[in-house]
Write a protein that binds this ligand. Sequence first.
Ligand code: URA
Length: 259
Amino acid sequence: MDSGMDYHSALALLAWQVELGATEAICDAPVDRYALAPAQPRAAARAAAVPAGAPAPLPEQAADPVAEAKAAAQAAGTLDELRAAITAYDHCELKKGARNTVFCDGVPGSRVMLIGEAPGRDEDREGRPFVGRAGQLLDRMLDAIGLSRAENVYITNVMPWRPPQNRDPKPEEMAMMTPFLQRHVELAQPEILVLMGNVSCAAVLGRRGITRLRGTWSEVWGKPVLPMFHPAYLLRQAGEKKKAWADLLDLNARLKEMR
Ligand code: URA
């Protein structure tokens, strides 16, 4: 069969499936599900079952994932309830491919709350944000100004589920999860938000362009916000670490000013 897929893409897809836990092939031959007759939509099936003369049923309301996310987020009155609301939220496709819902790490109520992008492979496995190589660098950066997730930092991500092959989250996926993020900030009550990289800038500031945004304070959701380079970027671009160091010193100075 010519699937139109090259060898490397097919291998990457297979590796992804193995990572998700697929351990065996069920059929001898692949099934092209696009070629199967489409299943009858549920609404049409119900309409067909209405007896003659009975009033027609109301049309099924299309779900509005963002409105549902806002309602579920607002209904959460504690961090535990918010975690449960996110875990129960079913509109984001990423959830289907993830092993864990990655909610937070560190100390709730800390003065500083860091917002990353999305779990990678290690975070998906462990269920905690920033535990891989980028997280280890982040810990060293925080330590340099006396911060640590064991004592005085709280950490989350824009997306609680790992995107396949670590692709960027799509705008519609971010739109669904941003109401939960905003509620997360309200419930964790930090004094300062630090945005790690472009995805968190897009979710919180509505803008990308971390090279220009980093190091410049603004205010969002009633809090001072500092964008910084993502530690994964610093692992690839070690020459940019001096800018991250300048931002850390600025963060430290702001914390002291706000005492
Ligand atoms: N990168 C992130 O933005 N968040 C994580 O949790 C891990 C890597």
